[in-house]
Design a protein around this ligand. Structure first.
Ligand code: ATP
Ligand code: MG
Length: 352
């Protein structure tokens, strides 16, 4: 429990690209929390494309073992991936989510109100299933009569849909509006998306949670119209739960609404472990320039701490980030500013 820990062991996996610039910033922000959290101890760990090019292994066993056996939680940066298939390489983040059974990707998207106390127009959480759907990555290509044919397998199980559904109901129930929207495309994929939809809908009737979610209102929306609606009237959404790929698309779309991918945090959560991860990728176009926005990673650290029960530390990080955005003078170029990663970090540290 959060009170029993004397220190907090945090695995740091910056991996590739701007991950190497923003994860160290998140580390400094955590260190500035002082006694609001148990004393943090950081363990540097390897994964990604760069370590693959050097050693032939994208996710060293040592990284997984240390995360499993020594760490309380972790922060992951981003991985570069080659645009063409490279034999032996597959994304270490997808593998990590599977190995640690981090079945939920939780992505809050909130617009910062122009003035303190004003209602943000976007305030939603995307709960993305993290282990199956098209991400089972079973693809084949064959030679057909009219040329090449490629196929991908999409897996939806009752087990995975139920546990992501439970996580989504739990989150919705804890929010003031208590509203859950199930995202699917069961008009076309009636068997796979049908199973997802039915299983999530049935969560409140499970004996283990009987009555608990009575206050949660349930809506559903086809994924295409959900994206449209997200842009037209984002305020209708509170918690959105979706299979893996739709969840990815919806959360990137929602990120566009609030200004930049460089602001959106996430956690990968399982029953026994949590890993913070900014929603953005390795951003090869700005890598190495020192201008990556560190706020998504700092917010990911906050979300990770909140999930572990360190609400005070999490609030302090979030409030510091909000204050820097609201102030508007020290921002990276993705937010139309002219400051560097380090200048934004210093502004956050000053707020802390
Ligand atoms: P990947 O394949 O690793 O996802 P990508 O080319 O899709 O790489 P993303 O990292 O997803 O790149 O970013 C998409 C766009 O958003 C890029 O133009 C990138 O520069 C910008 N971006 C993403 N994250 C940040 C950030 N933290 N700060 C500033 N700009 C960012
Ligand atoms: Mg990307």
């Amino acid at each position: 429990s959060s009170t029993a820990r004397r220190s907090l062991k945090i695995g740091l996996i910056p991996a590739d690209g701007i991950g190497k610039e923003v994860i160290p910033a998140a580390r400094q922000a955590i260190e500035a929390l002082g006694s609001d959290i148990p004393k943090p101890e950081f363990i540097d760990l390897l994964a990604g494309w760069e370590v693959f090019t050097k050693t032939g292994v994208a996710l060293p066993d040592e990284t997984v073992d240390i995360l499993r056996n020594e760490c309380d939680c972790a922060l992951f940066g981003s991985v570069s991936s080659p645009s063409r298939k490279v034999v032996g390489y597959s994304s270490p983040i997808v593998a990590l989510r599977k190995k640690l059974d981090l079945y939920a990707n939780i992505r809050p998207v909130v617009s910062v109100a122009p003035e303190v106390g004003q209602q943000p127009s976007v305030d939603l959480i995307v709960v993305r299933e993290n282990t199956e759907c098209l991400y089972v990555k079973q693809e084949t290509q064959t030679e057909g009569e009219k040329g090449k044919e490629a196929r991908a397998t999409r897996v939806i199980t009752e087990y995975a849909s139920r546990r992501i559904g439970q996580m989504a109901f739990e989150l919705a129930n804890a929010r003031p509006r208590k509203h859950l929207t199930i995202i699917h495309k069961s008009n076309v994929l009636s068997i796979t998306d049908g199973l997802f939809r039915e299983t999530v809908r049935a969560v409140p009737t499970l004996p283990a949670v009987a009555g608990k979610y009575d206050g949660v209102t349930i809506a559903e929306q086809l994924v295409d119209s959900a994206v449209y609606r997200l842009f037209r009237e984002p305020e209708v959404f509170d918690v959105m739960v979706a299979p893996n790929l739709y969840g990815d698309i919806i959360s990137d779309a929602a990120a566009a609404l609030v200004g930049s991918l460089g602001l959106i945090p996430s956690i990968n959560a399982g029953d026994n472990f949590v890993m913070g991860e900014p929603v953005h990728g390795s951003a090869p176009d700005i890598e190495g320039k020192g201008i990556a926005n560190p706020l998504a990673s700092i917010r990911s650290a906050a979300l990770m701490l909140r999930h572990l029960g360190y609400v005070k530390g999490a609030d302090r990080l979030d409030n510091a980030v909000d204050a820097v955005i609201r102030d508007g003078r020290i921002l990276t170029p993705d937010l139309k500013g002219t400051s560097t990663t380090d200048e934004v970090l210093q502004a956050v540290l000053k707020q802390l």
